[in-house]
Design a protein around this ligand. Structure first.
Ligand code: NAD
Length: 426
């Protein structure tokens, strides 16, 4: 697979998410005619923090891990964004992800800025107790920078509701009172929101349904290929299959399964629970995981990782609609290729915004101490996703730009407007 080979320098640049984020920012800011000063403010993160985290490992050795927290913007509210644990976390990646959170929150018009955090570590090589100690010490070190009014973390790659519970507890111990609103994506019993685990996948389904209308397609005749069967991809598959979509292929890191009549997603999930893999599922054919991205389908939903659709393979995509469940699955260089092929792109900062939207609901509920039923959560999520889809697509049509640049323009405009209203405190 291309992304696993050692890329040359121009591909390395293409795969740098910060450069992709900046290129789209430049294009959107240029089209908006934003003045240079505001562009400088929007481009630079509000604050960046690097911490070195000493942790005692289970065998008694002392190790030091490096962690980051970047607050890209606080113009429209506290910064908001997940924390990921991965061996290849870089400051550039965290910066890019933090800026995407600013634009994402602005696209769905919720009162947050953007932030992101990451710790360089390999969760596969660490025990749950070691991960708990890393989490708690990392939070103790960034304690002064986070808080319900400042910066509100959430889960991201390799962090879970359990990690969020440790974050809530550590923060609360330092604050000397229980503070549930400091973090979202918590377990239901600790101030989590109903509907949060499903929210990102549900949001993907809602915007896909909106896009289908443009193609006069109904779910039962819509063939969907999903990459990633985790939180986002797994939930999207489950909800979409329940809504009648034909999920014809699921691609995972160790292989892909295909059934042209539609996979039985519940049975596939059960199979993976029993065997640890989607491979070997009786009611499907196994296909090459790299080639599966290029299957003839109506909707391609990448929900695994960054840099999947690139200048090297975008011309082979055969979907009519690309719904970006993952953050940054398409590189900047691939955008124009998809546009030439007239693929309808639902960009990540819109498509996967269901997660942060229900995180916002969780934060509101925690601060009110009053919790909503699932129907209310899902209804409010649907209203926001449908309105945001309409805003982005009509902006694209009005300004004759692609959906991604329209989403960036809409977001930049909203954040710039907030900065102008607040004024620059000097
Ligand atoms: P996850 O870890 O739950 O799921 C990712 C899945 O992708 C895993 O099953 C993994 O095995 C699979 N995968 C990894 N590499 C792969 C590869 N090369 N090919 C095929 N499959 C591969 O993570 P998640 O929370 O579902 O997040 C996925 C993406 O969605 C990330 O980009 C994340 O930043 C983004 N996202 C997540 C949320 C959320 O609420 N969880 C919200 C917005 C965006």
């Amino acid at each position: 697979m291309l992304t696993e080979a050692v890329p040359n320098e121009s591909l390395q640049n293409e795969f740098n998410p910060l450069l992709s984020a900046e290129a789209r920012f430049d294009e959107a800011a240029g089209r908006l005619g934003l003045d240079d000063g505001i562009q400088k403010v929007l481009r630079a993160p509000h604050m960046e923090l690097t911490v070195h985290i000493p942790v005692q490992l289970d065998d008694g050795r002392l190790e030091v891990f490096t962690g980051y927290r970047v607050q890209h913007s606080i113009a429209r509210g506290p910064s908001k964004g997940g924390i990921r644990f991965a061996p290849d976390v870089t400051l550039d990646e965290v910066r890019a992800l933090a800026s995407w959170m600013t634009w994402k929150c602005a696209v769905v018009n919720i009162p947050f800025g953007g932030g992101k955090g990451g710790v360089i570590c390999d969760p596969m090589l660490l025990s749950p107790a070691e991960l708990e100690r890393i989490t708690r010490r990392y939070i103790a070190q960034i304690f002064d920078f986070i808080g319900p009014q400042r910066d509100v973390p959430a889960p991201d790659m390799n962090t879970s509701a359990q990690t969020m519970a440790w974050i809530m507890d550590t923060y609360s111990m330092h604050a000397r009172h229980t503070e549930t609103g400091v973090v979202t994506g918590k377990p239901l019993d600790l101030g989590g929101s109903r509907g949060r685990p499903e929210a990102t996948g549900r949001g993907c389904m809602i915007v896909t349904e909106q896009a289908l209308r443009r193609f006069q397609l109904e779910p039962p005749e819509t063939r969907v290929v999903i990459q990633g069967f985790g939180n986002v991809g797994g939930m999207a598959a489950k909800l979409m299959s329940r809504a009648g979509f034909k999920i014809v292929c699921i691609i995972e890191y160790d292989g892909a399964v295909y059934n042209p009549h539609g996979l039985d997603i519940i049975a596939l999930q059960r199979h993976r629970e029993h065997t640890g893999s989607i491979i070997g599922f009786a009611e499907a054919e196994e296909v090459d995981r790299d080639e599966a991205l290029f299957l003839d389908c109506d909707v391609l939903l990448p929900a695994a990782k960054e840099n999947v659709i690139t200048s090297q393979n975008a011309d082979r995509i055969r979907a009519r609609i690309l719904c970006e469940g993952a953050n940054g699955p398409t590189t900047y260089a691939a955008d124009s290729i998809l546009a030439d092929k007239k693929i309808f792109v639902i960009p990540d900062i819109l498509a996967n915004a269901g997660g942060v939207t229900v995180s916002y609901f969780e934060w509101v509920q925690d601060r009110q101490g009053f919790f909503w039923n699932e129907q209310l959560v899902n209804g409010r999520l649907e209203e926001i996703m449908v309105n945001s889809f309409r805003d982005v697509v009509s902006y694209a049509e009005k300004h004759n730009v692609n959906n991604r640049i329209a989403a960036y323009m809409l977001a930049l405009d909203r954040v710039a407007f907030a900065i102008k209203l607040r004024g620059i405190y000097a």
